[in-house]
Design a protein around this ligand. Sequence first.
Ligand code: NOJ
Length: 731
Amino acid sequence: MLAVSACLAFGVSAAPASNQADVSGQPWMNASLSPDRRADLVIKQMTLDEKIQLVHGTGWGVLTPGSPIPERSNFGAGYVPGIERLGIPDINLADSAVGVRMAAYQSRYATLLPSTLGAASSWDPEAAFLYGSVIGRELRAQGFNMSIGGGVDLMREPRNGRNFEYAGEDPLLAGTMTGYLIKGVQSQHVMGDIKHYAFNDQETGRMVYSAEIDKRAARESDLLAFQIGIDIGHPAGVMCAYNRVNGVYSCENPWLLTDVLKDDFGFKGWVLSDWSGTHSTVEAALAGLDMEMPGDDGYFGKALKQAVLDGKVPESRLDDMVHRILRSMFAVGVIDHPVMPRRVVNPFRGRRDARRIAEKSIVLLKNEKQLLPLDASSIQSIALIGSHADVGVLSGGGSAQVDAPGGNAADPHAGGAGWGETVYFPSSPLRSIRKHAPEATVTFDAGTDIAAAVASAKKAQVAIVFVNQPMYESKDRSTLSLPGKQNALVSAVAKANPHTLVVLETGGPVTMPWANRVEGIIEAWYPGIGGAQALANLLFGKVNFSAKLPATFPRDESQLPHPQVTGIDLPMVEGKDGSKMRPPFEVDYNKAGARVGYKWFESKGLEPLFPFGFGLSYTSYAYSDLSVDADGGSATLTVKNTGQRAGTEIAEVYAVLPKASGEDYKRLVGFQRVTLDPGQSKTVTIALNKLCLSIYDAKKDAMVHIPGIYTVYAGPSSAKTPLKATFAIKP
Ligand code: NOJ
């Protein structure tokens, strides 16, 4: 008994029974053969029923109370039983966008990483790889062999409830960061995926809306982010989205799934539907869907078997589905390196990794009169106000919700986090700040009573107001304003104390009517379990800021292509199952086309509050000497640290395509982090992404370089590009 409870206390739950049979003599177990050959060898041995078994899950399981949980399921979001006699293991899938979901459900622990949008602010592929490897490491330890994170939908709608689990508005940045994240997951022999394919760029009406977009704009925006992510990360899975694209459900859209993804991108893995995102058997199978998830809607089980027997779906298509699944399992190593659960996740290692990523993710947006860094040896008093900064940091909700160790730090209660609950993680800014300035008086006021907050701000040298914007899957915000009375709180505190700093914990961009009245602004995003330590290290200058915005911060909603979230005011109607839902509607993505974010602002001549690619640090940099290869393959430039502190600058390279492109805006085509001591200069050569220098030619149905003059710009942000050079592509 003692042994059992000790085990549970350390978060080790009973492992699911293994289905690994003795596989000696099975030629596909020869790891020197290619994954494709190995998959083919297995398929030759499989019965029709075994093939069908592999192409759908077994139901909602733990996600829906009352749903059956199969014996060997590892209590994740999805489960596909393996084929024991052939040595093919079960696939246990877990939601894990920003850390492993529902870990507490099985008395496990999972590290909460900064939001992926935050991590994208690092513009650091190494940080993204580390991010993914933490997720892969912890999934493996918990007995999962597939991650269903990897969100890369572009930020067309800054009020989208899921922006925090995506990677911003630019295809190159988002695709690169997500690709390296997937690489990190798969480095742990855990299969990764990328989602939600495609144009699931808002949550309002996600089950019913149709994203209307022409092929060129599609290929040069969201689909380009997927293409880059897939090229880099080679994910095992692509999760197709709930919404329709140009009228056809994503999960039965032959243009999206077969023409673009499989034929053109050359994606070798399998397409799995979002949970209950499958709407047909024959159409979906023929369009390119390879797996129905979670599997209890009945499209790919018996119905698919019958469709194969009736010749409506050729058996070769079923074989292709199975091939894609098996070859991915071999390629990532989940068969050669089966998961061995019963290991305890190391929370300290996880927190250290999360903190390191957060230090590169938190963006300094304003720092006047040298408010920062705070001088630990001389500062006497600091007033912290708002957002539960005494106990924790905010996290994002929905299927990306990670369970907070010990429960919600701001609202302790029994059981895991409820859907849509605002959950704070136990990483206390108050405690971390006190640790850095032990001689100072550091107070906390909840910020719920503005008069009390003002009184506490008046007594301190510096006031730090923490403000928040909780975001969840399945719900968008209707405005970019901070919720509640937070704007009034900041304005009142700023009036009371001239040295006011605002720390934002938001899922994405927000408006800041008080921006001119405060001395400092920091965007901390949802900073993860190491968030408070990272923030304190940055505030006190132990670490220099280096992050830059992965998305434009508008001045107000009128600057957006859609000043109101499309469909948000449509009255609910009764759906087929009796539930309330919005009637089908269209979202006009042709309005902005490929001009997502900063491209829209530039083409419309709009000045945002903070531009894409912007971020300050405790030092300054100068740019010089840009040159570009004759074929536009790379750009070379020099960055100098002209300040007093060491730092890392993100050098950004943009291009305006030849006139024939019809474009009136810059595109990001390359970037690199450059670490410099005070006074040091470095000349760096930055590869320019070929796809980002291409346009989609509808006649050729291909991404092509058009002839003409390409103008290349470089500098510290999308709005500040002091260097210019050109190269030409001859007809
Ligand atoms: C629906 C979400 O859209 C998807 O991202 C998630 O992976 C599944 N539910 C499973 O939880």
